[in-house]
Design a protein around this ligand. Structure first.
Ligand code: FAD
Ligand code: DHB
Length: 388
């Protein structure tokens, strides 16, 4: 069979792209390796920038989000036990929304309904050829070996997917930076300690208090790289979180740990994001450390951009926007990288940190907390309005 656009991967970027194409009357086929249940339950990001929320509303999937998401106008820094509020909305006019990535995925799947072209449990996806006019993908759908031809491939299959691997090594350069920390994340049936996020930095290391609702918290601890996800017992995790977030007052609400995840702090950009008729979108093209919560937001920005470019092609035969996808999306990805790297180095002490480094970090915080210009620049990047 032939389809205009073959989308590999049903994460947020693939599903949003399919949705936006559909709204423009463009058919696509989505090939996802995992089951639908797995994709719906995969707990990951939770902070949506204002621009992301606007894209989701425009895509007709903003209704439950507008009803259930928690709108945030500031967060707290907790620096060596001292609390400072970062009132980002007051500073730059933009808010952020707390709403789980898997909820976004569910809303996109619901909007798709029983529509055609969405395949789960697809095995052995392989890009057989990509030329200047089209592409061929082979895979196994419902046990049936299948060959698809298409005008375009959207590689929305994440960091470990097959799309990026299909680009010849001479046509793609990967830039990577691995930070010497990881985050142990937990989702817990416990109310958040405070209604706003807390980014805590102190001698014991970094901790983040976030939430998914009034009853469910999302908490992260920085840990040495290479630590196993099950190395610490639940009690030890709660004790360490309480030490870093409250100074050991024992006031952090605890509850059942519903899910654990180990997130490596890694930065990666593959350049360019296009090879002939193959376009890389979201984590397939770039990943950021979670520090600034940019990964999902960057994926949404790419998907929207590619959808608009494809709509221009199919409606008007214009290829300028498609040809310009990489030239626009790559610098935007680097903006996401620089802010994510900057928050990462601000909030973490490297294992080999010197006293000089530590003083520099302290000085960066002092500027952020004393200069309105500096705080406003931070707020613009945190809420994403600086990247549009
Ligand atoms: P993905 O969500 O990775 O989706 C890719 C899809 O492709 C998946 O469904 C996968 O199963 C499928 N796929 C892969 N290979 C194949 C194949 N060969 N064939 C078919 N399908 C395939 N970002 C934040 O902003 N804040 C956070 O707190 C945060 N926490 C994270 C925690 C974890 C553990 C991880 C892994 C990421 C986190 N991120 C976070 C990043 C964010 O979740 C990603 O940036 C976002 O999921 C990117 O969306 P995507 O659709 O591009 O890729
Ligand atoms: C979340 C994750 C982040 O990395 C962050 O900076 C803020 C919130 C979260 O999962 O809620």
């Amino acid at each position: 069979p032939h389809t205009p656009v073959c989308i590999i991967g049903a994460g947020p970027s693939g599903l949003l792209l399919a949705r936006l194409l559909r709204l423009n009357g463009i058919d696509s086929v989505v090939l996802e390796r995992r089951t639908r249940a797995h994709v719906e339950k995969r707990v990951r990001a939770g902070l949506l920038e204002q621009g992301t929320v606007e894209v989701l509303r425009d895509a007709g999937v903003g209704e439950r989000l507008d009803r259930e998401a928690l709108v945030h106008e500031g967060f707290e820094w907790r620096l060596d036990g001292v609390v400072h509020r970062m009132p980002f909305t007051e500073l730059c006019g933009a808010s952020v929304w707390m709403y789980g990535q898997q909820e976004v995925v569910k809303d996109l799947l619901d909007a798709h309904g029983d529509g055609p072209g969405l395949h789960f449990g697809v095995e052995d996806v392989r890009i057989a050829s990509v030329t200047a006019d089209g592409a061929r993908v082979v895979c196994t759908i419902d046990g049936q070996p299948t060959e698809l031809t298409c005008d375009f491939i959207a590689g929305c299959d994440g960091f470990h997917g097959v799309s990026r691997q299909a680009v010849p090594g001479t046509e793609l350069v990967g830039h990577e930076l691995t930070h010497p920390f990881a985050w142990l994340g937990v989702l817990a049936a416990a109310p958040p300690l405070s209604p706003e996020l807390i980014y805590a930095v102190g001698d014991r290391g970094f901790a983040l208090q976030s939430m998914r609702s009034q009853q469910v918290s999302r908490l992260y601890l920085s840990v040495p790289p290479g630590e196993g996800v099950d190395e610490r017992g639940d009690e030890e995790i709660w004790r360490e979180l309480d030490l870093r977030l409250t100074g050991g007052r024992g006031t952090l609400p605890t509850g059942e740990i519903l899910e654990r995840v180990m997130v490596p702090l890694r930065s990666f950009v593959a350049e360019p994001f296009q090879y002939r008729r193959l376009f890389l979108v979201g984590d397939a093209a770039h990943i950021v450390p979670p520090s600034a919560a940019k990964g999902l937001n960057m994926a949404v920005a790419d998907a929207r951009h590619l959808a608009e470019a494809l709509a221009d092609w199919y409606a008007h035969g214009r290829r300028e926007a498609l040809d310009g996808y990489s030239a626009t999306a790559v610098p935007r990805a680097w903006q996401g990288q620089q802010f994510s790297a900057s928050m990462t180095t601000l909030m973490h002490a490297a294992p080999d940190e010197t006293v000089f480094d530590r003083r520099l970090r302290r000085a960066r915080f002092e500027r952020l907390l004393s200069s309105t210009a500096e705080a406003t620049a931070f707020a613009e990047q945190y809420t994403g309005i600086a990247r549009r």
